[in-house]
Design a protein around this ligand. Structure first.
Ligand code: GYE
Length: 311
């Protein structure tokens, strides 16, 4: 038993190493929660985490990865702000034999250039949001405005694809305006103001589909300032499941959200440990699940459960 204890301790120390984390930034509450949970997980596992906030700039992420390679870290976590432009820096990490694990977004690079990707089925999230709206309007005419995530990011591309898949074949539901709000509350509010202006002070808008809750929360402010009732005059459906969207749903100011877990680091560290301890190669995609929440799903309770998770 002592021997087992010793080897277990040994394998634990085998990952008690240094991991570099190139984080996109803190553009949304969800992103802040992912950072909080990643730091907590590293702490619990005795991992030294070198953290870099790229302020949503890809060049900063590439520089951070190069710095991690130069420091000789044992592994790299990367939440890639956009899907393209990673080939050369991922090749440099591979040449340095440093495994890279992607968090919450995907890259267009060849899959041989990273160990695995932890994330949700982003297309499915868009489909769930679209299906909720199709069911909710039940055949009635519904002109939709769309707040897209960061241009060129895999969630912005895939959540649009999924939503359009769900509404295809339902001619009563159509997207009439679509623009990026860069996943932030401020830009979500700003772009929603322009949508309201362009659509008869909002009279011609039936619903808002926002690629994340933060843009929806910003847009809700704009809808109220235009004298309309969000969640009623204009339906609001978005993705992430941050505390403030549950507060809005409880208040009847939003209608539905698709939850995305901020705990991507847990599966990532587990895969890295198995790989570094005994060479276990993980699948290329470790999928987290998505769940729809509406007013019927105890939004007050969901707010309470999430409010202290670091969003
Ligand atoms: O939905 C949003 C964050 O990459 C899926 O990034 C993630 C998205 C998330 O800015 O809040």
């Amino acid at each position: 038993l002592a021997a087992f204890g010793a080897s277990a301790a040994l394998s634990q120390t085998a990952l008690a190493q240094t991991v570099g984390f190139s984080q996109i930034g803190s553009e949304s509450g969800w992103r802040a929660a992912e950072t909080t949970l990643t730091k907590q997980q590293a702490e619990e596992r005795g991992i030294t985490l070198k953290f870099s906030d790229a302020q949503q700039k890809q060049e900063n992420q590439i520089a951070a990865i190069r710095s991690f390679i130069a420091q000789g870290v044992d592994a790299i976590l990367l939440a890639p702000v956009v899907a393209t432009g990673w080939d050369s820096v991922l090749k440099e990490a591979k040449d340095a034999e440093i495994p890279v694990v992607l968090l919450d977004r995907q890259v267009d690079s060849d899959k041989s250039l990273y160990l695995t990707a932890v994330g949700s089925d982003l297309v499915h999230e868009g489909e769930v949001a679209g299906q909720w709206l199709v069911d909710h309007v039940a055949g009635k005419e519904c002109r939709v405005v769309e707040l897209q995530g960061t241009t060129g990011s895999s969630p912005a591309i895939d959540r649009k694809t999924g939503f359009e898949k769900a509404i295809a074949g339902h001619d009563n539901v159509k997207i009439v305006r679509s623009q990026t709000g860069d996943f932030t509350r401020a830009q979500g509010k700003e772009v929603m103001e322009s949508f309201l202006q362009a659509e008869g002070r909002g009279q011609n808008i039936c619903a808002l589909y926002a690629h994340n809750d933060d843009m929806a929360v910003g847009a809700i402010q704009a809808i109220k300032e235009a004298g309309l009732k969000p969640g009623d005059d204009i339906l609001v459906v978005s993705i992430d499941g941050v505390p403030d969207i549950f507060k809005a749903i409880a208040a009847g100011e939003a209608n539905a959200t698709v939850e995305l877990t901020p705990n991507m680091a847990g599966p990532a560290f587990d895969a890295l440990k198995a790989y570094m301890d005994d060479g276990t190669v993980p699948p290329k995609f470790i999928q987290t699940d998505s769940k729809l929440y509406t007013k019927a799903d105890d939004p007050e309770g969901e707010y309470e459960r999430r409010k202290n998770l670091g969003y």
